[in-house]
Design a protein around this ligand. Structure first.
Ligand code: API
Length: 287
C-alpha cells in the first residue's frame, strides 16, 4: 500500500500530515508508530490525519496520533499545520475553518500576515475532568485549585513538585521552574507523564517566568517525549500562570523550537494560540 504524506512542523514540533479524504488510510497503532519512528519510518512527534467531518457545521475532522502510536484528543501546533495543509492542497478555499477533534471543535485561521491563530476552545480546569485524581490532596494557593502537590520518586529520594493541572482537550501538568535549561525535564518528565494520579497519563510542562507577558517553556509530551514546542502545552502553561496571578494576557511563549503567542481572557473564555507552520517536504511511502 502506498501512502502520500506531507512533512511539516510548528516551531519545531514535527508532523506527518496525511490526506485521508483523497486516499484510503486505515492503519493500526503499530503502523502509525512505525511511520512516526525516526529510524524505521519517516519520523515525527505526531501524525495528523485529515478526514471529512461527521459533525454539522464543521469543515474537516482531525485525528492525531502520538509518536508511540496512541490516538489523542488535541494538538495545538498540529492545528496550525492542519489549516496550512488543507489550504495548500486546495481542500478548502476558506481561510478560517472549523475542525472536529476527539475533544471538541477548534477554529484555526490563516492571518493576512501569514501567521496562523487557532481558537483552541476554553480550558477545562476541574481536576476530575483533566483527568487528575486529586483524592486526598488539598488544592492550594489563592483559594482556588491552582496548585497540587505531586509526589515523585527522583533517584531514590521522594520529592514533591507543585503542579497546575489543565486540560486543553488533552491533559497537562505545569510547574514553574527557575531556569528551563537546568530543569530536570529528562528525569521528572517521564515520572510525571506516568504518575498514577493521571489515569490517561499527562503532558509535563516546565515554565520559566521572564516577565508578566513572557515565559520560556519546555514540555515532556505524553507519548512523544520532549518536543521542541507544544501548542496545547503553551496554552496550558499560560492559563496556569494567569490563574496563579503570574501572567497577563497575551503571553509570548519561547519554546526551544520557536516562538508562540497565547491569549486568554479568563474562565470560560477560549484560548487563542498563534504561531508558525512550515511545510518541509512531500513524500510517498510504501507500507
Ligand atoms: N502529546 C500530546 C499531543 C500533541 C500535543 C502537542 N504536540 C501540541 O502541539 O499541542 C498528548 O498526548 O496530549
Amino acid at each position: 500500500m502506498k501512502l502520500k504524506f506531507t512533512k511539516m512542523h510548528g516551531a519545531g514540533n514535527d508532523f506527518i500530515v496525511v490526506d485521508a479524504i483523497n486516499q484510503q488510510v486505515e492503519l493500526s497503532a503499530a503502523q502509525w508508530q512505525r511511520l512516526a519512528d525516526r529510524r524505521f519510518g519517516i519520523g515525527a512527534d505526531q501524525i495528523l490525519v485529515v478526514e471529512k467531518p461527521t459533525l454539522p457545521g464543521c469543515d474537516f475532522r482531525y485525528r492525531i496520533f502520538n509518536n508511540d502510536g496512541g490516538e489523542v484528543e488535541q494538538c495545538g501546533n498540529g492545528a496550525r499545520a492542519f489549516v496550512k495543509f488543507v489550504a495548500e492542497k486546495g481542500l478548502t478555499k476558506l481561510s478560517s475553518i472549523r475542525v472536529e477533534t476527539k475533544s471538541g471543535v477548534i477554529a484555526p485561521r490563516l492571518e493576512a500576515d501569514g501567521g496562523i491563530t487557532v481558537d483552541m476552545g476554553a480550558p477545562v480546569l476541574a481536576p476530575a475532568e483533566v483527568p487528575f485524581d486529586a483524592d486526598g490532596l488539598a488544592g492550594t494557593a489563592q483559594g482556588v485549585d491552582t496548585l497540587w502537590p505531586l509526589e515523585l520518586e527522583l533517584g531514590g529520594a521522594r520529592e514533591t513538585v507543585l503542579v497546575s493541572v489543565v486540560s486543553m482537550g488533552n491533559p497537562h501538568a505545569v510547574q514553574v521552574v527557575d531556569d528551563v535549561e537546568t530543569a530536570p525535564v529528562d528525569l521528572s518528565g517521564p515520572l510525571i507523564e506516568h504518575h498514577p494520579r493521571f489515569p490517561r497519563r499527562v503532558n509535563a510542562g516546565f515554565m520559566q517566568v521572564l516577565g508578566r507577558r513572557h515565559v520560556r517553556l519546555r514540555v515532556y509530551e505524553r507519548g512523544a517525549g520532549e518536543t521542541l514546542a507544544c501548542g496545547t502545552g503553551a496554552c496550558a502553561a499560560v492559563v496556569a500562570g494567569i490563574r496563579r496571578g503570574l501572567l497577563d494576557s497575551p503571553v509570548r511563549v519561547d519554546a526551544r523550537g520557536g516562538q508562540l503567542s497565547v491569549a486568554w481572557a479568563g474562565a470560560g473564555q477560549p484560548v487563542l494560540l498563534t504561531g508558525p507552520a512550515v511545510t518541509v517536504f512531500e513524500g510517498e511511502i510504501t507500507l
